[in-house]
Design a protein around this ligand. Structure first.
Ligand code: NAP
Length: 331
């Protein structure tokens, strides 16, 4: 907590925030749904609720789950929904101005870039680690691992963690540039562009002649269905997310027709949410921090400048226009 002068205790500061103006049950949220406003915040200690802090926000994490909290319906994905008129809260890195709570303090002198605390050492790194190191365990060296949205935030770390376990790793992603990137910078053995190789069954036959042992699913829908035709006996499918379905009402989502293959191949398919694994966060952070420092894990950040860019940056998660982890630098 920083030292606050008597003058500052009485200070009222202006803060800009995005809020939920109207729900977006389908499609990508627009300026009809999310609006930016300026509010006044008092720094007087009495006006800060218990278990809250006043932060000067430095970096904001853009995560697909944010969109799932904007449908206005509890539909089994992530909850709770934002209330109408409520500020959109997100993970971030900030400087504590005043505190009435304990929060995760980071060592700014540890030699790690601040936005890495919401990438390699934040939600996407943790999701990749839980998916590969916990839900898919045990993974034998030489296993055939498939990862979708492989050039995204979770995908880039998941592929590298699987490579560190001695697996053969193939990814799918949305452009030729990203195919090249994940092979050259993240060590994927192979990759394909799902926008050009649109027959996913044929693509998986080509890239997995010996079948799939582990599939970390980030996209769901047609890709998940295709994968189920290529799984090996006792394959494991950690379900991290299904981004291809987030902008649809549930009745419009793609059904997976070949679930029967899970029975015949005795496959373990398991969804997971990070909130259930917080007791593993310490192990994860220690391991990933040492991978990062030893350059065993590469990270690619797409840094967008200015809080005004939040809406378009959120929308960019639902196209193939971004690479790596999308972060907003506020200051
Ligand atoms: P991200 O990959 O950085 O961004 C999303 C990417 O998904 C896009 O860049 C795009 O890349 C791909 N995509 C978008 N629409 C798609 C579609 N219709 N079909 C196929 N691919 C599409 O996002 P992330 O943060 O790493 O998240 C990845 C997944 O993990 C999401 O499903 C997210 O909800 C999930 N997640 C789950 C947890 C958990 O606790 N379970 C935690 C964090 C994240 P390309 O099209 O170029 O491949």
């Amino acid at each position: 907590m920083s030292e606050i002068s008597e003058e500052m205790r009485m200070t009222v500061v202006e803060s800009r925030e995005w809020y939920m103006a109207a729900y977006a049950p389908e499609g990508v949220p627009t300026s009809d749904h999310l609006k930016l406003r300026t509010v006044k915040i008092s720094l007087a200690l009495d006006s800060i609720p218990d278990q809250h802090v006043v932060l000067e926000t430095l970096f904001i994490s853009l995560d697909p789950y944010l969109r799932s909290r904007m449908t206005g319906r509890e539909d089994g994905l992530y909850s709770p929904q934002y209330n109408l008129n409520e500020v959109v809260s997100a993970f971030g890195v900030g400087r504590v101005v005043r505190s009435k709570a304990l929060i995760r303090k980071i060592d700014a002198d540890a030699g790690i870039l601040l936005p890495e605390y919401i990438s390699t050492l934040g939600v996407p790194g943790f999701a990749a680690w839980i998916g590969i190191q916990v839900v898919a365990e045990p993974i034998k060296p030489g296993s055939n691992v498939f990862i979708s949205a492989a050039a995204g935030a979770v995908g880039m770390y998941a592929g590298q963690l699987a490579k560190l376990k001695g697996c053969r790793v193939v990814g799918s992603t949305g452009s030729d540039e990203k195919v090249r990137l994940i092979k050259e910078e993240f060590g994927y053995d192979d990759a394909f562009n799902y926008h050009t190789e649109t027959d996913y069954d044929a693509a998986l036959s080509k890239y997995f002649p010996n079948g799939i042992d582990v599939y970390l699913d980030n996209v769901g829908g047609e890709m998940l269905e295709a994968v189920l035709n290529h799984v090996n006996r006792h394959a494991k499918i950690p379900l991290c997310g299904m981004i291809s379905e987030y902008n649809k009402v549930w009745t419009e989502r793609k059904g997976v027709r070949n679930l029967l293959n899970l029975v015949g191949k005795e496959v373990k398919m398991q969804g997971f949410l990070l909130g259930s694994y917080l007791d593993r966060f310490g192990d994860f952070a220690k391991e990933m921090e040492s991978h990062l420092k030893e350059r065993k894990i590469n990270s690619k950040l797409k840094i967008v400048h200015g809080i005004d860019k939040f809406l378009e940056s959120l929308g960019s998660l639902f196209t193939s226009s971004n690479i790596g982890k999308v972060v907003i630098q506020v200051k």
